[in-house]
Design a protein around this ligand. Sequence first.
Ligand code: B12
Length: 212
Amino acid sequence: MTSNILDALKDALINMDAAKVIDLVNKALTLKLDPIEIIGVLRSGMDEVGRRFESGEYFISELVMSGEIMKRALEILKPHLKSEGRGKGKIVLGTIIGDLHDIGKEIIKTLLISSGFEVYDLGVDVPPEKFVEAAKETGAKIIGISALLSTSIVNTAKVVEKLREEGLRDKVKVIVGGAAARQWMIEKYGLDAAINDAIKGLEIIRRWAEEG
Ligand code: B12
């Protein structure tokens, strides 16, 4: 039953059936399925949309539409994420310059807020120096960057460079997430973490916050 609903949900997203996606998300919640698991299923649907786009079966219009449906589903899911109090620390968040994808950023933002972090969201297409300015202004010790385009990921290294220039490199940690995030980037770009998964990213951020 449960796996049927989740399979149907993934298919509905891949086929751009907005009404069905909303209906199945609500059904899954009624069945007390974990919202995080539901987000994971929706994300695997988005990955399939991406693959179909890459193979020429889908066009930009499908990317746009799937993105809109995913956002509507997230709005339903957000209030169901567990809240764990406040005071865990501050984090500056944004999508790197050249990149307009923001769905994954919204997910990690929601999880961070639910976990008690104060999030300063700079939006999308954010220049490297803005991340650093915001960290200085807010006193945030963590910068989280979303990056989905292979053409833009190199700009995450510029955030690290800028931190170094400002003498802040050892005071601020940098984590990159999003579909383009890969382990090799850590060494090449001088990052502290690179992870293509919000839950694992949240674990890392929580650990850093606990370590102070
Ligand atoms: C929807 C979508 C769009 C929508 C975005 C809508 C929006 N508001 O975000 C629109 C239509 C705007 C779009 C545009 C484009 N897109 Co697009 N898009 C996608 C698609 C299908 C889904 C992305 C998504 O939302 N996934 C779901 C979320 C939940 O996943 P996620 O972002 O990876 O986030 C998860 C984790 O990574 C993590 N996370 C994310 N950020 C962060 C940050 C931190 C700090 C942490 C810890 C964790 C974390 O949390 C999330 C949950 O686990 C992907 C396919 C894919 N496989 O990703 C292509 C994809 C990213 N797009 C692609 C392309 C090519 C484009 C365009 C260049 C197309 C074009 N020719 O114009 C433009 C670029 C526009 C720009 N300048 O940014 C390519 C990129 C290829 C590449 N290697 O560079 C992809 C991979 C599709 C493909 N397979 O070809 N796109």
